[in-house]
Design a protein around this ligand. Structure first.
Ligand code: ADP
Ligand code: MG
Length: 722
């Protein structure tokens, strides 16, 4: 058996299992070996059935009976049912949409169930529990598991792996045990430098693999997880710092500034800059003077005014002539994650730059525009132009500022003197895209990345290891804090009443729903969320009949989306029912109220982003979180939205409140659940960072640590989005 062998070589798997493995990203023996348990079943969590109460996630042992399958009354989803009984009592079991579960066992069998105790019309039931047939538990390979001492269960640490239909946790467990038995571990080479293992008391790779999959006790499992968590952060750090070194070796156009001109440009803004904006501008203008590219991240809450900073940097760039010429301008690319946003920036930039007389272009997947128009009837306005024409003018330098979406970094887009690249909502672009900005001749633009997603410092240090950080931690003055309320189902009518008053005052409303269309019949009833289209109809009919209601979601065409945004923007639509597509940067100052349906289903950071949509003016803004949250943890998370002073504080709270295994939001950062355990630990992150810095300083290619280099190159640490 070799690490690189594909799984099928050693395991007989059917088509469904193959699909399931693919879904879990498991292809090779190595993938399996590095597929870690999400948790260990803890025998102390085993409960007597008569002790269970609503909301518990519980493991019970007992005899199963009354197994049957049927179609649900509502929506007719397939359901499985049964009854579990131990010596203290019994409880109903329901598998929604998993009728097959009821067929995996038979009446009278002794089983172990883990599921959520849920309240229903006819009392408590165990919802969608995982089944473990007791006879099949790997008792012999797990002497720690069911060693009975005076008939009592002792020991812990039976690994539980993330499953998917077709592949169970148990299958994975047995597969890994088989791999262990093949002796493959003997051929596994340690790649972390020895001094790191000793300094931080980390087990070797081989030991850690055994401990993570078959720990004899809690401590072993923890030590193994610590090693892999450290390793993950360390590897990301190495990669990012390597990227940074590489990027900095490029040449770039120095951008010089005339303070008087900058001052005059800033004077044209209809507001005073905040201190944060001033500081950020000063740092950026200092950085871009260099012959090597700046790589800076501007992190600031939604509405903190990042666009103004970007505009000043762009202005500084276009005021420079390329290569000592007496004509032309250095060029700026400004990339936004959505067409709506790119178009909005284009319109703002026209206002900021019309007095300079330069041309501004817009390129998106669905077309190109140029300002100013040469058509006489459209003077002072923009015009649609062909892509070929736009690209020509960008390539010969006639269009100094080009805004756009991803379309901007396609190969066909060539700049003559690209000096500055601005990337809005940075986290949606990976380092790979960033690298594309550098030319073959070793020229790279200064880079100003911007993000409105405040993240904990440990996470920022890790994923942005290749960027310098500027913070806008202050809102423009005069903004009133958003009044945030958590609305339980029985308070709905009151909230609508309050909202109606604001609508009567001429304000506008966002209603965010978690789904686009009709509820998904494959989901458990309790999970069914409001859909945008259905909710818009309901609101029109039952709640706000007097007002115009529009719908916006990602499945609409770009043109339709723009039309709707336009109508909302100019007030023809009073209420916009949308999915979280409005999350990113949309700016309608008169929309001061936001309702978020199924708020408990969103992450805190996302809720914060959504809420940020309504802090665009000096009117009092309101955010109503319609939540059906029964668990205390969910309520704590919701409450954090009320109490946190700003996004950074919120992100720290979020990290602290979330348990391991619930960190699914972390996926967007390219960090595993295990890695997130390290992110919670500032000391570990700092240690990983320091060790990585030391190695990169010594030799950025890492050729002096060949095993480490090989392991690093084998990992795919690129962050991919969308
Ligand atoms: P974000 O940081 O979310 O990108 P924007 O740059 O879109 O924020 O700014 C949000 C709004 O605040 C815009 O309407 C902008 O004109 C305004 N704004 C920016 N800076 C200031 C300021 N210093 N004072 C008042 N309003 C400002
Ligand atoms: Mg913005």
């Amino acid at each position: 058996m070799h690490l690189t062998d594909i799984i099928e070589t050693h395991f007989r798997i059917d088509k469904n299992q193959k699909k399931a493995l693919e879904k879990l990203n498991l292809r090779t023996i190595r993938d399996l070996l590095f597929y870690f348990p999400t948790r260990y079943s803890d025998i102390s969590a085993i409960k007597n059935i008569n002790e269970l109460s609503e909301g518990d996630t519980a493991t019970v042992y007992g005899k199963i009976s009354g197994l049957k399958t049927r179609k649900g009354f509502h929506k007719r989803i397939p359901m499985g049912e049964g009854w579990i009984e131990d010596i203290t009592g019994g409880m109903k079991i329901i598998w929604f949409n998993q009728a097959y579960m009821a067929k995996m066992v038979h009446d009278g069998q002794s089983i172990k169930l883990t599921g959520k105790v849920t309240g229903g019309k006819q009392g408590l039931y165990l919802a969608n529990p995982e089944i473990e047939k007791l006879g099949e538990l790997p008792i012999d390979s797990h002497d720690s598991l069911f060693a009975t001492k005076d008939g009592e269960l002792t020991g812990v640490a039976y690994p539980v792996y993330r499953e998917t239909r077709g592949i169970t946790s148990k299958w994975i467990f047995h597969a890994i045990q088989k791999i262990f038995r093949s002796g493959i571990l003997e051929s596994i080479e340690e790649y972390l430098p020895a001094h790191i293992l000793t300094t931080y008391h980390l087990p070797t790779l081989k030991t850690a693999l055994i401990w993570v999959h078959t720990p004899k006790n809690d401590k072993d499992a923890e030590a193994a997880r610590k090693r892999f968590a450290f390793e993950e952060v360390f590897f990301i750090q190495l990669k990012r710092q390597q990227d940074r070194k590489e990027y900095e070796e490029n040449k770039s156009y120095p951008i010089y500034t005339d303070p008087k001109e900058i001052e005059a440009f800033i004077k044209r803004f209809p507001f005073e800059l905040t201190l944060g904006q001033k500081n950020a501008i000063e740092t950026v203008l200092e950085n871009v003077k260099g012959k090597h590219p700046m790589a800076r991240l501007l992190e600031g809450d939604v509405g903190s005014g990042k666009t103004a900073v970007a505009a000043v940097a762009a202005f500084a760039a276009i005021k420079n002539r390329p290569n000592g010429q007496s004509f032309g301008n250095l060029q700026v690319a400004y990339m936004a994650p959505t067409e709506i946003l790119a178009t909005q920036h284009f319109e703002n930039f026209i206002r900021y730059f019309e007095h300079t007389g330069i041309s501004i272009g817009l390129i998106t997947g669905s077309g190109c525009r140029k300002f100013p128009s040469k058509v006489a009837s459209q003077v002072g306005n923009w015009t649609n132009i062909s892509r070929a024409q736009l690209l020509k003018w960008v390539a010969n330098g006639e269009i100094p500022i080009l805004l756009g979406t991803h379309a901007l970094i396609q190969k066909s887009v060539k700049f003559k003197h690209m000096a500055l690249a601005i990337i809005d909502e940075q986290h949606r672009f990976g380092t790979l895209q960033r690298k594309k900005l550098a030319t073959k001749e070793g020229f790279a633009p200064h880079l100003l990345s911007m993000t409105a997603t405040p993240i904990p410092r440990t996470l920022a240090l890790t994923i942005y290891g290749d960027l310098d950080l500027s913070l806008l931690d202050q809102m423009p003055s005069g903004r009133k804090p958003i009044i945030t309320d958590i609305i339980s189902p029985d308070k709905r009518a009151l909230a609508y009443e309050a909202i109606r008053k604001e609508l009567e005052n001429g304000r506008q409303l966002y209603v965010i729903c978690p789904r686009i269309d009709e509820p998904d019949p494959t989901k458990e009833l309790a999970l069914q969320a409001k859909s945008v289209t259905a909710e818009a109809k309901r609101l029109k009919k039952e709640v706000f009949p007097k007002y115009e209601i529009g719908v916006l979601h990602s499945k609409m065409t770009k043109q339709k989306k723009e039309e709707v945004m336009e109508e909302f923007s100019n007030g023809d639509i009073n209420i916009l029912c949308a999915t979280s597509v409005v999350e990113v940067g949309v700016n309608v100052p008169n929309a001061t109220i936001i309702v978020i349906e199924g708020a408990e289903r969103f992450g805190l950071a996302q809720l914060h982003q959504l809420r940020g949509r309504v802090i665009r003016s000096n009117h009092q803004a309101y955010c109503y979180l319609f939540a059906d949250a029964k668990s205390e943890k969910t309520m704590d998370r919701m409450k954090a939205l009320k109490t946190a002073k700003n996004g950074f504080e919120l992100s720290e709270l979020d990290l602290a409140l979330r348990g391991a295994g619930e960190l699914s939001g972390a996926k967007q950062w390219g960090i595993t659940d295990l890695g997130m355990e390290a992110i919670k630990n500032i000391k570990m992150v700092e240690a990983a960072r320091a060790e990585a810095t030391r190695i990169i300083l010594e030799n950025a290619t890492i050729s002096h640590e060949p095993k480490l280099k090989k392991a690093l190159d084998a990992k795919n640490l690129e962050i991919h989005f969308e």
